[in-house]
Design a protein around this ligand. Structure first.
Ligand code: MG
Length: 433
């Protein structure tokens, strides 16, 4: 199994087995003196979390079992330990599970830390002798501490009604409780923990949030909030029952926080830059782990992805669906969400793709990059993103297919389309040349 920047993920059982979880726990327990273990609501999660606990104890660590809680809450609690392990497959379907490693004070493990665990997965350490083994502690303060930290940052102007759709996932208890403490009148939806995800699939998208949109209108709520399976994401619904696009929510949150140094992935709309006049927006490779790393490196003040992963570095470097939920409620108490969205600039964004022979991707990308560098300032983190007059163009190889993906955004439709055509010509020449 590959231990990537979002941890280890796969079918459970099948790929993510209790045996793997035990060895993962042993490795983490041998490398770190104290470990806190949490899990989401998946049916396979208790089995796997108990195996991680056993393994970490056997590896010699002091271990605390935090039970079911959101990933950002577990990450926040990691500040009182050396490491944390979260058993979750985030927004994947119910038959999946995964293991994610957190390092104090609450950041995702970096490549070197993951490699150290991987090495011990292949050759597990021998268990510690009887006279040094610890017992299991209970971690019970995590939710309260995390909520206190969020409530120290976010305040409501006036009481608002919100509907929170917890997807039957790890946010079921913590998110409604946080919103009530914030001062919201909370209506819950899909808020009983259930790893079969009977309410809706755990990925919050416009297609999966139809119940939430209806409930917001039916209850006369000011906003709807939806989490994914482990509540590190949040998606907003306006008082009119319309899902707010990821780019728009990113722009609204960044503006609400008055972010000066936000970090976003390189395919984010320039509406975000325009909503934040004078801010220095940094773009990274697509993936919340890259945003988190860049925030830590540059001291950025807010990060996020249009997928609904938002990072508030003042309290944590983990994407935090609860913190975002509190801000969504706060924005709904400032003004109508639909009006805030309508005030945002919106630009045409067009996409196309071109097939390429698998063996030619590298050479073709080099030729494309050479040409695009003559167009304007480039960022080459993941393909090439070039800034042109009143817009930008991104050409990058697909991660899953032998294809180049081309994206073009501009202030008007005609320019966006013209830039796309020009870029496609460059790609065609490189692919055939
Ligand atoms: Mg997630």
């Amino acid at each position: 199994m590959k231990f990537g920047s979002s941890g280890i993920r796969g079918l459970a059982p099948g790929e993510i087995t209790p045996d793997l979880a035990l060895r993962f726990g042993m490795a983490v327990g041998a490398l770190h003196k104290s470990v806190v273990v949490g899990r989401d609501t998946r049916t396979s999660s208790p089995t796997l979390a108990n195996a991680v606990v056993s393994g970490a104890l056997s590896g010699g660590a002091r271990v605390a079992d935090a039970g079911m809680l959101p990933t950002p809450t577990l990450a926040h609690a990691t500040r009182r330990y050396d490491a944390g392990v979260m058993v979750t497959a985030s927004h994947n379907p119910p038959e999946y599970n995964g293991l994610k490693l957190w390092i104090a004070p609450g950041r995702a493990a970096n490549a070197a830390e993951r490699t150290a665990v991987e090495a011990l997965l292949k050759t597990p350490p021998s268990g510690m002798p009887w006279n040094v083994l610890h017992g299991v502690e209970r971690e019970t303060r995590a939710e309260r501490e995390h909520a206190d930290a969020i409530l120290g940052q976010v305040k409501l102007e006036r009481r608002v009604r919100v509907v929170v759709d917890c997807a039957n996932g790890a946010g079921c208890d913590a998110s409604p409780r946080l919103l009530r403490r914030l001062g919201c009148d909370v209506v819950t939806l899909h808020a009983q923990p259930d790893g079969t995800f009977p309410g809706r699939p755990p990925e919050p998208t416009a297609e999966t949030l139809t119940d939430l949109c209806k409930a917001v209108k039916a209850t006369g709520a000011h906003a709807g909030i939806a989490h994914d399976g482990d509540a590190d994401r949040a998606v907003a619904v306006t008082e009119k029952g319309v899902v707010v696009s990821g780019d728009a929510l990113l722009a609204l949150l960044a503006a609400r926080l008055k972010a000066r140094k936000p970090v976003v992935p390189l395919d984010t709309s320039m509406a975000v830059d325009d909503a934040l006049k004078g801010a220095r927006v940094t773009r990274t490779r697509v993936g919340d782990a890259f945003i988190s790393e860049e925030l830590a490196r540059s001291g950025g003040d807010f990060g996020g992805e249009p997928s609904g992963a938002f990072i508030f570095p003042k309290i944590s470097l983990c994407p935090d669906g609860l913190h975002a939920a509190a801000y969504i409620a706060a924005m709904a108490s400032d003004a109508k969400l639909s009006e805030l969205v309508a005030r945002l600039p919106r630009y045409p964004l067009v996409r196309a793709s071109l097939p390429v022979a698998a063996g030619r991707v590298g050479n073709a990308m080099a030729a494309i990059a050479k040409e695009l560098r003559s167009w304007g300032p480039v960022e080459e983190l993941d393909g090439v993103r070039v800034s042109v007059k009143d817009g930008w163009v991104l050409v990058r190889p697909s991660g899953t297919e032998p294809k180049f993906r081309v994206t073009s955004e501009a202030r008007d439709e005609k320019t966006a389309q013209a830039n796309l055509e020009l870029a496609l010509d460059v790609v065609k020449k490189a692919v055939n040349g």
